[in-house]
Design a protein around this ligand. Structure first.
Ligand code: ATP
Ligand code: MG
Length: 447
């Protein structure tokens, strides 16, 4: 079912698109393949490895994290029967700032068609007003809305006639050191970083249908150490946030309050249903390592609910408000491992007053069984991110100087243990000076 080798390209090497998701619980690698650039890509394999050295989405032990990346990549390579060299990496940061800014350019006294240069100029104008704090870097610049002659909600202004072009952009800013640690980790694992992407964006791309993205919807990826929030409307991300709370906090709460070993707490957590009302005296009785335990089921339920309650009310709800999107008919799409919790949809419906559903990656039917679940939404979304950027270079602009700067400073690479016959090709970003240069180069390739 999942081919080990591909032979349909008659001699030519198929192109591999690879996404690497640095999760707190697991590192996942999604591999997609296509005949030539511009074609649709098919997912052909998903590798994974338990994540060590990553906590709350952040690298806390470089060597352990490098080992996890190598293991996950090796697993993916074994599945697809091909070497992996370049990857697009999804990662989390302890501090994520999303700043909105506006830009405007005059097109002339009489209407004329908007060209690529005009779009570049208006993005430049909006970026010029963003003040980036010390030791932080812009990771993404995302056009949120175009306006032509006062008409808001223009999806793509290219080629349309007007006298004035306005833009509203969202700049995603993260600590520079976080980016450098991610680059060091992935490069030391023997891989080349094609680009970096923040987790909430790819989690959303992994599960959102075009209809939901257009109508307005919130994607919440409840992972092991973080919760990603992405609010989409008019087909574009209006707000992205990353919260430092995840399923592992629920496990820790259970272990601490009930004095349980962590493994047992994790096992029990996965059996809890939030829908059930328990009788006062209903208990869960078990023996673990020679010790007898008797726990009130209502207490288990309360511990889990109070953590989720805090997450919803104090952290998620303000982020949805920040997006300033009035209508969200697509509701809430829940993904990530915690979204498997029974009764979570009703819980979110009650807390956020929005219809909620637990969703698999859109491409789940193309992913290997057992690796097509909620945990793999972000990894699958990386492939969508790569393809979306290729189709529309103005959709998500990243900052290649971030990768470039770090390359000169990065720690020496250790020898790759699984990639053979590596050729150290010239980096794609070597000639790039900034965001607009990326766009120019991408457009050069397209036209
Ligand atoms: N059936 C289940 N019920 C409840 N929780 C679950 C279930 N299965 C997995 N989880 C929880 O999901 C979390 C792992 O999810 P996931 O793999 O999406 O995280 P991650 O992507 O590695 O981490 P992050 O995105 O936060 O960096 C763990 O806390 C795990 O306990
Ligand atoms: Mg995750």
């Amino acid at each position: 079912m999942f081919k080990k080798t591909s032979n349909y390209n008659q001699g030519r090497e198929p192109e591999l698109l690879v996404g690497l998701d640095l999760g707190t619980s697991k590192v996942a690698v999604v591999v997609a393949e296509r005949e030539t650039e511009g074609d649709e890509a098919q997912i052909i394999g998903v590798g994974q490895a338990p994540s060590n050295g990553i906590r709350k989405g952040l690298i806390v032990n470089l060597e352990q994290a490098v080992r996890s990346v190598r293991q996950a990549v090796s697993d993916a390579q074994n599945m697809v029967g091909q070497d992996i060299r370049g990857v697009t990496v999804a990662f989390g940061a302890g501090e994520v700032t999303s700043i909105r800014s506006k830009g405007m350019v005059a097109l002339g006294r009489s209407p004329r068609a908007v060209g690529q240069l005009d779009i570049e100029r208006v993005i430049d104008a909006a970026q010029a007003t963003v003040v980036v704090p010390m030791n932080q870097s812009i990771l993404h610049t995302i056009p949120v809305e175009y306006t032509l002659d006062g008409n808001v909600g223009i999806d793509d202004p290219l080629g349309m006639n007007a006298m004035r072009l306005d833009i509203d952009v969202q700049s995603i800013i993260v600590p520079t050191a976080t980016i450098q640690n991610v680059l060091n980790c992935v490069q030391r694992a023997g891989l080349e970083v094609n680009s970096l992407v923040l987790k909430p964006l790819v989690s959303a791309l992994g599960v959102l249908s075009p209809e939901d993205a257009l109508a307005g919807a919130v994607v919440i990826d409840l992972g092991g150490g973080t919760t990603s929030v992405a609010v989409f409307a008019d087909g574009r991300p209006k707000h992205l946030a990353l919260l430092p709370i995840g399923g592992d906090h629920i496990t820790n709460d259970l272990a601490t309050v009930l004095k349980l070993p962590l493994k047992k707490a994790e096992e029990i957590k996965r059996t809890i249903s939030l829908n059930k009302d328990f009788e006062e005296e209903e208990t869960l009785d078990f023996e673990h390592h020679g010790r007898e335990y008797r726990i009130l089921k209502s207490e288990l339920h309360d511990i889990v609910c109070s953590r989720l309650d805090e997450l919803c009310n104090e952290l998620i709800r303000p982020e949805i408000k920040n997006a300033k999107v009035t209508l969200l008919p697509g509701g809430v799409l829940l993904t990530g491992g915690v979204a498997k919790t029974e009764g979570l949809e009703d819980f979110f419906l009650e807390k956020l007053s929005l219809p909620a559903r637990s969703v698999l990656p859109i491409d789940s039917n193309r992913m290997p069984p057992g690796r097509n679940t909620q945990e793999y939404a972000a990894a699958a979304g990386i492939i969508k991110y790569i393809l979306d950027r290729e189709r529309d270079p103005f959709r998500y602009l990243d900052n290649p100087s971030v990768i470039k700067t770090d390359r000169s400073k990065s720690l020496p690479k250790t020898e790759p243990i699984f990639v053979q016959d590596r050729q150290q090709g010239k980096s794609k970003d070597d000639s790039h000076g900034g965001v607009i240069d990326t766009v120019k180069n991408a457009l050069k390739d397209l036209f």
